[in-house]
Design a binder for this molecule. Structure first.
Ligand code: HEM
Length: 489
């Protein structure tokens, strides 16, 4: 079969009787010329137009295959070692600049945030809803951010402690003497908490419908965006449409209800719409943000909680110390014959540091995506408009300069505050996570009851990580849960 430009033809063009010795210098000269030409072109390039160092890989596919075949952590750290803290690559069809120093990440996320807009695949925008907070910059984003933040401030969520505790006390006994999939159970928990955060704790009749439609939508999030009959994506889009209709009915009902907006984020968003008559939030803006917040609160918190259980399993002494801390609180509750309060959750310093260290060590959001909105000069390099810019949270969290012995799980490192801008499990700047306090609160409440009353053992003896989409222990950490023998630690 004929090849297009076969190497054999190239070499055959040299007559066979010509000595190979003539070919070698020729090849050497050509390579040298190419090298000189490349150096000359780089030298000619104006300094302010110099792209960051790095490899763009193969045409179109770039380095995507390498990213997927190598461990993603070593993919980034190998390149950082080779090229420095700012380097370019080409993945998933996009030219990208990777940022792995705290100072450079701060510029992208905080001080020059207006030059780098958040960017998501169009299929995700369609599923969550294009008017959700994540996809926006500028005045619309600021207005929404104030409302969402108001809904999740410590002063707003402190009243949810007993409701979250009620969810925990209902969930944990269902684990007793069973082998459970930790990730799936944590998802059940995080979902229940997300639902009361979004809608308040007074159950509207629409709630069951909303729950089952959301769970159907969720199945399509990480599927291929193929809008064909029978695909998970098509089913998810159908569920999203039905969710819109159900949410609209609920919004209408709450608006009509005797001047009260009801609880949760929905109540806050409806209140805002009433306050600012000239600039009301539309039903679809409210709906997209309700779905967006449930989405942001669900898999994230569940994945981190799965890691907390894994790290406590691997560090028995820490589990004992956490249990002692929690038993101190349990005694107080017993004497006063009451449940947990917000103040109790502020008296859990060691458990809090276990959560902080889990967020660092697991770094479930390894990076975030931004896009340059114009040509930008950055750290002595040029970033063309439209290029993706990725601050690498995990690489920063695993840098030995900021976190000595980064692979060691060591909550005591948080006895002193980390260096500024080196610890960003909840992001940084205008798009930083408004739900961080709620996420930590629900982890503390679950750990209080789990550590004082139960013990768990691993059913999978091989360590490993799976992505779905966040990194979690292999197979979602199957564990056997039993009641704790209180005579033992
Ligand atoms: C441990 C759990 C969580 C982690 C690790 C986490 C992490 C993050 C991070 C890193 C960002 C910033 C993304 C970026 O800059 O592109 C973010 C944004 C966001 N998170 Fe969280 N999150 C968690 C839980 C929650 C919860 C419980 C809620 C809601 C109650 C929430 C709501 C949001 C929202 C609405 C945004 C978008 C903010 C904006 O664009 O201005 N998150 N989260």
């Amino acid at each position: 079969m004929q090849q297009l430009f076969p190497f054999s033809t190239f070499f055959a063009s040299f007559r066979s009787h010509e000595p190979a010795i003539l070919i070698m210098p020729l090849l050497f000269c050509s390579l040298l010329l190419l090298l000189l030409l490349q150096m000359f072109l780089r030298w000619c390039q104006p300094r302010h137009k110099r792209l960051p160092p790095g490899s763009m890989g193969w045409p179109y596919i770039g380095e995507t295959i390498k990213l997927y075949t190598e461990n993603p952590n070593s993919f980034f750290s190998n390149r950082q070692k080779r090229y420095g803290d700012i380097f370019k690559t080409h993945i998933l069809g996009c030219p990208c600049v990777m940022i792995s120093s705290p100072e450079a990440a701060r510029i992208v996320l905080v001080s020059q945030a207006h030059l780098f807009k958040p960017t998501y695949p169009p299929s995700k925008e369609k599923m969550i809803g294009p008017e959700a907070i994540f996809f926006h910059q500028g005045p619309y984003h600021s207005r929404l951010k104030k409302l969402v933040q108001a809904s999740f401030l410590p002063s707003a969520i402190r009243g949810s402690v007993s409701e979250i505790e009620r969810i925990v006390l209902k969930l944990l006994p269902t684990w007793k003497n069973r082998t459970i999939n930790t990730l799936q159970e944590m998802k059940r928990y995080a979902f229940e908490v997300a639902m009361i955060s979004a809608f308040g704790d007074k159950l509207d009749s629409e709630m069951e419908g909303i729950k089952s439609l959301y769970l159907c939508l969720e199945k399509g999030y990480n599927s291929m965006p193929l809008n064909l009959p029978g695909t998970p994506f098509r089913k998810a889009m159908k569920a999203r449409k039905l969710l819109n209709e159900t949410l609209r009915r609920l919004i209408e009902k709450r608006r009509a209800g005797s001047g009260r907006n009801g609880g949760g984020l929905l109540g806050v968003l409806l209140g805002a719409a009433k306050d600012e008559k000239l600039n009301q939030l539309s039903d679809s803006q409210i709906g997209d943000n309700i779905i967006g917040v449930i989405f942001a609160a669900h898999d994230t918190t569940a994945s981190v909680l799965t890691w907390v259980l894994k790290y406590l399993l691997d560090n028995g002494n820490l589990l004992d110390a956490v249990t002692r801390e929690q038993e101190g609180i349990q005694r107080k509750l017993f004497e006063a014959n009451r449940g947990l309060t917000w103040e109790d959750t502020r008296q859990m310093p060691l458990t809090g540091r276990v959560i902080q260290e889990t967020l660092r060590a697991a770094s479930i959001l390894s990076f975030t995506f931004r896009e340059a909105v114009q040509d930008v000069e950055f750290g002595g390099y040029f970033i063309p408009k439209g290029w993706k810019v990725l601050p690498l949270f995990r690489t920063i969290h695993h840098c030995a300069e900021f976190f000595p012995q980064p692979e060691k799980f060591d909550p005591s490192r948080f006895e002193a505050p980390p260096r500024p801008n080196t610890y960003m499990p909840f992001g940084n700047g205008v798009h930083a996570c408004p739900g961080s306090e709620l996420a930590k609160l629900e982890m503390l409440i679950l750990l209080h009851h789990l550590s004082t009353s139960y013990r768990w053992e691993a059913m999978e003896h091989e360590d490993g990580i799976q992505y779905g989409p966040f990194p979690v222990p292999k197979r979602g950490l199957p564990i056997k849960v039993t009641l704790r023998n209180k005579k033992q630690p």
